[in-house]
Design a binder for this molecule. Structure first.
Ligand SMILES: Nc1nc2c(ncn2[C@@H]2O[C@H](COP(=O)(O)OP(=O)(O)OP(=O)(O)O)[C@@H](O)[C@H]2O)c(=O)[nH]1
Ligand SMILES: Nc1nc2c(ncn2[C@@H]2O[C@H](COP(=O)(O)OP(=O)(O)OP(=O)(O)O)[C@@H](O)[C@H]2O)c(=O)[nH]1
Ligand SMILES: [Mg+2]
Ligand SMILES: [Mg+2]
Lengths: 291, 275
């Protein structure tokens, strides 16, 4: 673990109550390696390291901690600060329905997350409705319809309309049937696909969602930084959902996404069952990223 | 006194950044840079160093036969595996399209009996190329579907059987055992699959190597299909997959359409990686 590596790195460095520059630099070499192995983007690692260095040099070492533990404590706190997360992951409109749009790369887990979010909201006493706006992937609409059945939430589908029109129709249906949260699933798209990024922006402009959730796969590598920056610019999301956390990827992509976008992580998906979905807590992910 | 024109520390950091940002990995990058510095002591031109690196990476990837193995004159069986959402079903749809263009008859086994609308998705792909689909009811035993797929392909005298499996995280022991069982059942019925493909998403970070290791252990992976290379991810993890596990990349996915599949070209791949 990082703690163990730091302890052994510090064996050779004498300190006396305050963290010395030598100790901190030695520690940060190990932290850099740990974060890169965890898939955090190189530029994010650099910025993170310099932030930690500023905080750490000259800092008092608490009586109860070793110097190595003190550095880990600072690093962990900085990570938690960036990763964000809050008790209230979703805002609700004072005038219902609340519109939530889901977006992200192909295969990241959006459709499943849409179903899970609907189930979670229903358990919280809300009346959600799902809208199937992925008209391009084979059987995507059917997939969402089946998930809706599994969680007991209605699904809006339309034939012969564009995704933008289906989204608008979904919001109208929600109002008509007195649903208070509209969850709009969209097709996976590449941030470099100009046409599809424009479509996402068009959907957003049409339905004016209060929340736009960027769904990201926790096993994503360096590319997470580029993708997050592009989605922020073209679609502008309000929060991130991190998926497939039941795997053993360290999840450093989450740090890249949070740092670059400044948007909080809101939910995690950690299983294939529809109830494997919960509000994000930064503590556990911070420890996981550090390894 | 000054060795003008030799590589500066900043040049070396730039080369290191290229590799790290391509998902080559910290340890592999460090090793490569150390080796490169050793060999480039007399080198004054950063471009020449990058060319040496290019050659080194192409050498690692190797120039072995990258075609998918076939059973000439008999039934060829390909098993497709990988973690969730990487592009298995889509890749199978593309392969079926390519085989149809070659005039081959294809059976697709819908052995993902778990995920919502998995069979409908595969059936849509099959209809795009005229392939036949063998499927069971939702929740059925995937190995039974694979078994039926072999039976159907043999009975029809089909040229190819491609088995689609559910996405599964390699950390799930029971799911990896299920995959091993699917392979065993196929092997008992028709001999070892001629190709066991691991479908890897090009955006995957270091976890890709753990995936490759686990899937090889469970199902005997023989090659990698690297998907979504039409994005900005470089897919550098395949270098470790080749170097540490001897796994060659055989296919690349370049989009969501039936034609968006290409053989893996090490030179083009390294060009893009170092770009
Ligand atoms: N193990 C695990 N699998 C997940 C999780 N979230 C989603 N999946 C699986 O990941 C795969 C992709 O999920 P989808 O919901 O289809 O992904 P998507 O983003 O909608 O895909 P596109 O619409 O094609 O872009 C499916 O096999 C899901 O069951 C998770 O948290 N854990
Ligand atoms: N841009 C791009 N998208 C791809 C590529 N290959 C697959 N996709 C998309 O990735 C998403 C997931 O593809 P699937 O074929 O459902 O993936 P899968 O591995 O079968 O997913 P599960 O069965 O749920 O594990 C779909 O939206 C595909 O269109 C590719 O090469 N490029
Ligand atoms: Mg989807
Ligand atoms: Mg599939």
């Amino acid at each position: 673990t990082l703690s163990e590596r730091l302890e052994s790195a510090f064996k050779r460095l004498r300190g006396r109550g305050k963290l010395t520059e030598d100790q901190v630099n030695e520690a940060l070499k190990e932290v850099r390696t740990a974060l890169l192995e965890a898939d955090v983007h190189l530029n994010v690692v650099r910025e993170f390291i310099s932030r930690v260095r500023e905080r750490a040099v000259g800092q008092e070492v608490l009586k109860s901690l070793s110097p190595a533990q003190q550095v880990v404590k600072i690093v962990h706190e900085e990570l938690v600060g960036i990763l964000g997360g809050s008790a209230k992951p979703l805002s609700f409109s004072p005038k219902p329905p609340t519109v939530v749009m889901i977006a992200g790369l192909q295969g990241s887990g959006k459709t499943t997350a849409a179903g899970k979010l609907a189930g979670w909201l229903k358990r919280k006493g809300k009346r959600p409705i799902l809208v199937a706006c992925d008209l391009q992937r084979p059987a995507a609409v059917q997939q969402l319809v089946l998930l809706g059945e599994q969680v007991g939430v209605p699904v809006v589908t339309r034939d012969g309309m564009s995704p933008v029109e289906v989204a608008a129709a979904g919001v109208e249906e929600a109002i008509r049937t007195n649903r208070d949260v509209v969850i709009v699933d969209t097709a996976g798209r590449l941030h470099v696909d100009e046409e599809l990024m424009q479509e996402a922006a068009d959907i957003k402009r049409r339905i004016n969602p209060l929340e736009t959730l960027f769904v990201a796969d926790s096993m994503t590598g360096q590319d997470a930084a580029t993708v997050a920056a592009a989605f922020l610019e073209r679609v502008d999301f309000t929060g991130t959902v991190l998926t497939k956390l039941d795997g053993d990827a360290r999840g450093g992509a989450a740090l890249s996404i949070a740092h670059i976008s400044g948007r909080p992580l809101k939910f995690i998906s950690d299983g294939e069952k529809l109830d494997a979905f919960e509000p994000f807590h930064p503590d556990r992910l911070a420890s996981r990223i550090l390894g | 006194i000054f060795n003008r024109g030799s590589l500066t520390e900043e040049d070396w950091e730039d080369i290191e950044a290229l590799l790290l940002q391509a998902d080559v990995g910290v340890v592999a990058t460090q090793r490569m840079i150390a080796d490169l510095r050793e060999r480039s002591k007399k080198e004054t031109d950063p471009e020449a160093v990058v060319q040496t690196l290019h050659a080194e990476l192409v050498a690692i990837l190797g120039d072995g036969d990258r075609s998918l193995a076939r059973n000439e004159g008999g039934l060829t069986i390909w098993l497709v595996t990988g973690v969730n959402g990487t592009g298995k079903t889509t890749t199978i749809g593309k392969l079926a399209g390519r085989l149809a263009r070659e005039g081959k008859s294809v059976v697709l086994a819908a052995a993902d009996t778990f995920r919502a609308a998995a069979d409908a998705q595969l059936e849509t792909w099959a209809s795009r190329s005229g392939a036949e689909v063998v499927k069971h009811a939702a929740g059925a035993d995937p190995a039974a579907v694979a078994f039926d797929g072999v039976r159907a392909a043999k009975a029809r005298g089909s040229d190819f059987l491609i088995v689609d499996t559910a996405g599964r995280l390699h950390t799930k022991t029971s799911l990896m055992e299920e995959l091993a069982k699917i392979r065993r059942v196929v092997e008992r019925e028709a001999g070892p699959p001629h190709e066991v493909l691991l479908v890897l998403d090009a955006t995957t970070g270091q976890n890709g190597i753990a995936q490759a290791r686990a899937f090889t252990e469970a199902a005997g992976v023989t090659g990698i299909a690297l998907t979504k290379l039409d994005g900005t991810a470089k897919g550098g993890i395949v270098i470790a997959c080749q170097q540490e596990l001897g796994l060659p990349v055989k296919l690349v996915g370049l989009g969501e359409g039936i034609e968006d599949l290409a053989p893996f070209d090490p030179h083009a791949f390294v060009d893009a990686l170092l770009d």
